[in-house]
Design a protein around this ligand. Structure first.
Ligand code: GAR
Length: 208
């Protein structure tokens, strides 16, 4: 099973969804490390309670983004991980870091990308009047919230939605599609061609 690090900054509900999927011995990935840039991230406690290895690389202890990313990179490589899952990890990664990990870094974003990159996606979806909103798992590129799309899920926007009710509907889908996307990457079934990520059939001989 492919060793994975889950990177968080806060609550960690997507981390929980990924870790729960990885707890099944037939899942093709296992959690080798849960890492936070925030020492007080609530998700760290949950991970430790599950017996998962945890680490903190506190961004405020580094003078520059490059120094922080170098420390992060060293910690992840020391843990022997092969795939990174950003799960509410609220730090932009440097191009050098992203290039060093190639197509082995996933991120989840609470919108149907390329719409609503950045923060406050549910508020902005409501203000814009879209009737469908959702979430995206994508391979990470240096530009924020961009990269080949692996999986998306859409939810209806209701007339009486608030950012909270809409966000809750989206979050339930995040927890569903992030493990699906990790499964595909861990099985070696993703092929990137320019901006597009193709998913190979499980029965294709090369996918073994
Ligand atoms: C999730 O909704 C995730 O999609 C979002 O932060 C939340 C983290 O929640 N990520 C971003 O906005 C990244 N641009 P969680 O800590 O409970 O998984």
């Amino acid at each position: 099973r492919v060793p994975v690090a889950i990177l968080i900054s806060g609550r960690g509900s997507n981390m929980q969804a990924l870790a729960t999927a990885c707890a099944d011995p037939t899942f093709p990935a296992r959690v080798a490390l849960v890492l936070s840039n925030e020492p007080a991230a609530p998700g760290l406690g949950w991970a430790a309670d599950q017996g998962l290895p945890t680490a903190v690389v506190h961004h405020r202890q580094y003078d520059s983004r490059a120094d922080f990313d170098a420390a992060l990179d060293a910690r992840l490589r020391a843990a022997g991980v092969r795939i990174l899952c950003l799960a509410g990890f609220m730090r932009l990664l440097t191009p050098a870091f992203v290039q060093g990990w190639g197509d082995r870094v996933l991120n989840i974003h609470p919108s149907l990308l390329p719409a609503f990159k950045g923060l406050h996606t549910h508020e902005r979806a409501l203000e814009s009047g879209v009737k469908l909103h959702g979430c995206t798992v994508h391979l990470v590129r240096p530009e924020m919230d961009s990269g080949p799309i692996v999986a998306q899920a859409a939810v209806p926007v209701r007339a009486d939605d608030t950012p909270e009710t809409l966000g809750a509907r989206v979050l339930a889908q995040e927890h569903r599609i992030y493990p699906l996307a990790l499964r595909l990457l861990a099985q070696g079934r993703l092929r990137v061609s320019g901006a597009v990520c193709h998913v190979r059939d499980a029965t294709a001989p090369e996918a073994a």
